[in-house]
Design a binder for this molecule. Structure first.
Ligand code: PPS
Length: 284
């Protein structure tokens, strides 16, 4: 998959709008402010769901903003075209990124900016990525799930190894400006997770505002929102069958992994993550 990539400090990036020069500038010069809110995930972990949720919390559940502005403008990607948008923006910003911890703007580590890291069962990340990258025009596409499985376990996919990405960010987990959430908890109890995000961000919502956040960040409503469902990316970046909101469930990997693949994955997970608290990985 990495054949078509742009490389920066050993990490492969899609041949989209990434460049080593921009990535270096982001890392060295982008100024994170204390009042910023940062959203971080490995690709296909539910980033757009988190972005939509945070924007809805900000607008107190009013969907006008998320229905009128592309999702990548509400919470721009710092390592992409969002860089220029963000640089000139006054006041508190939502900032999105898939960057590894070591590539993230260095100014963050001295700031009080709040960061949310959303983690998802990497087996589901793998399946979600397989279906998504098959319809993307800016990567070498996997020809089969078997092939993508091999790439993924070797860390030979865009943005590199899930294990290294997760381990890197997990090292921040004791900091008080850092919140780890899982896609699974967000799926199984969306209300409590949104309340947790509100508490972390110091936002108070009235019951009807919270209900509106929950209505508008639901899979079905997001799937129908052309500002959030990536339909604007069809043509230039995605094939017509390209879907961001594919199934939106947990445990879908069980429908795709063979018994042998499940065993290989379990063994690898043990090798790579055994020393971390296992309650961080509460999934099926
Ligand atoms: S990306 O392209 O890397 O930024 O993709 P990302 O947004 O991180 O992940 C896409 C997966 O998130 C699911 N998703 C949702 N699930 C539940 N509810 C809502 N509202 C929601 N929004 C996005 C999306 O369906 C992708 O997962 P899969 O398993 O492919 O369906």
């Amino acid at each position: 998959m990495t054949g078509k990539c742009v490389w920066f400090e050993g990490i492969p990036f899609p041949s989209l709008d990434y460049s080593p020069e921009l990535l270096r500038e982001v890392q060295e010069s982008f100024l994170i402010k204390d009042e910023d809110v940062l959203l971080l995930t490995f690709p296909k972990s539910g980033m757009n769901w988190l972005m939509e949720t945070v924007c809805l919390i900000h607008s107190k559940g009013d969907p006008k903003w998320i229905q009128s502005v592309p999702i990548w403008e509400g919470s721009p990607w710092v390592e992409l075209s969002g860089y220029n948008l963000l640089k000139d923006k006054e006041g508190p910003r939502f900032i999105t990124s898939h960057l590894f911890v070591q590539l993230f703007p260095r100014s963050f580590f001295k700031s009080k900016a709040k960061m949310i890291y959303l983690i998802r069962n990497p087996r589901d990340v793998l399946v979600s990525g397989y279906f998504f990258w098959r319809s993307a025009k800016f990567v070498k596409r996997p020809q089969s799930l078997e092939q993508y499985f091999e790439w993924f376990v070797e860390g030979n996919v865009v943005f590199g190894s899930w294990f290294d990405h997760a381990r890197g960010w997990m090292s921040m987990r004791d900091k008080e400006n850092f919140l780890i959430l899982s896609y699974e908890e967000m799926k199984w109890d969306t209300r409590s997770t949104v309340e947790k995000i509100c508490q972390f961000l110091g936002k108070k919502l009235e019951p009807e505002e919270l209900n509106s956040v929950l209505k508008n960040n639901s899979f079905q409503v997001m799937k129908e929102n052309n500002m959030s469902n990536f339909s604007l990316l069809k043509g230039q970046y995605l094939e017509e069958n390209g879907l961001l909101l594919r199934k939106g469930v947990t445990g879908d990997w069980k429908n795709y992994f063979t018994v042998a693949q499940a065993e290989i994955f379990d063994k690898l997970f043990q090798e790579k993550m055994a020393d971390l608290p296992q309650e961080l990985f509460a999934w099926e």
